[in-house]
Design a protein around this ligand. Structure first.
Ligand SMILES: C[S@@+](CC[C@H](N)C(=O)[O-])C[C@H]1O[C@@H](n2cnc3c(N)ncnc32)[C@H](O)[C@@H]1O
Length: 299
């Protein structure tokens, strides 16, 4: 593993306030990662609040198990994809829940481990699987990059990367095959579209986002998870979602709009406008820059 800055939980104060964490409460952190938010929830719900943390990544679970060990039986950790997290809460007899947190995307642990292939800043295999590598998750970034047709690649980069130069990038990828590593792929993208002077976003960012979302079916999991979450929250229970790009945020925004209006709403939206991190937080933790938090209360 390469060195990486430690993972700092994003919008922590805002998430805790929106979750309205209380002693004795029951919480689900459905993307527990390294346990940063989970640890804060456990502290704020002392002495007897409980937390179920789920994540699909065994490395993340190993890290959160170690971090949350001092909380003993107040914590339960399970491996689950996001869409299976509500069911895990039912199985663990944690429902009805007082709060559910979902802090999407990847952690610094994953980005910093070059063998996982999430980052174009360090050389690694084109993998990008969030789940265990010995299991059913067989689609890898390598297959998409080296086997998909130019049209399919372009559609993916356009739809999941929101990149308008997707056709040019897709043609360049197909021309340069085989592409074996993250840095090779990033270079192909740079050669195809150049680096805009003054742009803070590297041109490979959107391409890597698109491929990762497809490899892990992250948007489908999020939509499935949201469709089940009301069923595991008690009345007054809180849902907090932190998204990192507009595709995720749009899914959350539409879900909350559709379920907090009409003749039989099941949520009351607590964030009329999406919440963004403060300038001070972005200064401290640049990864927070793109975070968008939305919250709602079950009614
Ligand atoms: C941003 S990190 C969470 C960090 C955590 N809040 C903390 O403070 O340490 C997101 C985590 O969600 C997991 N994850 C992302 N998408 C997932 C999905 N669709 N199913 C299951 N886990 C997912 C990743 O493996 C990662 O560990």
């Amino acid at each position: 593993m390469t060195s990486s800055s430690p993972h700092i939980p994003v919008m922590l104060d805002e998430a805790l306030a929106m979750l309205d964490v209380k002693p004795g409460g029951r919480y689900l952190d459905a993307t527990v990662g390294l346990g940063g938010h989970a640890e804060a929830i456990l502290r704020a719900s002392q002495p007897d609040g409980r937390l179920l943390g789920t994540d699909t990544d065994p490395d993340a679970l190993a890290a959160s198990t170690q971090r949350l060990e001092p909380f003993g039986e107040r914590v339960l950790l399970r491996r689950a994809w996001l869409d299976a997290a509500p069911e895990a809460a039912v199985d663990a007899a944690m429902t009805p829940l007082d709060g559910v947190l979902c802090d999407l995307g990847v952690s610094s642990l994953q980005l910093g481990n070059q063998a996982r292939g999430f980052s174009f800043q360090s050389e690694g295999p084109l993998d990008m699987r969030l789940g265990p590598q010995d299991e059913a998750q067989t689609l890898t970034a390598h297959q998409i990059v080296n086997q998909w047709s130019s049209d399919d690649l372009a559609d993916l980069i356009h739809d999941y990367g929101e990149e308008h130069r997707s056709r040019r990038i897709a043609r360049a990828i197909v021309r340069q095959r085989p592409i074996e590593t993250t840095t090779q792929l990033a270079q192909v993208v740079v050669d195809a579209v150049g680096i805009r002077p003054g742009s803070r976003v590297h041109p490979a960012t959107r391409v890597f986002q698109a491929i990762r979302l497809e490899v892990n079916r992250e948007l489908e999991h999020l939509a499935d998870f949201l469709s089940q979450v009301r069923g595991v929250l008690g009345i007054g229970g809180r849902l907090v979602v932190i998204a990192f790009h507009s595709l995720e945020d749009r899914i959350v925004k539409r879900f909350l709009r559709d379920h907090s209006s009409g003749s039989s709403p099941v949520f009351r939206t607590l964030t009329r406008r999406v919440m963004r991190p403060s300038d001070a937080e972005i200064e401290r933790n640049p990864r927070a820059r793109s975070a968008r938090l939305r919250a709602a209360e079950a009614i």
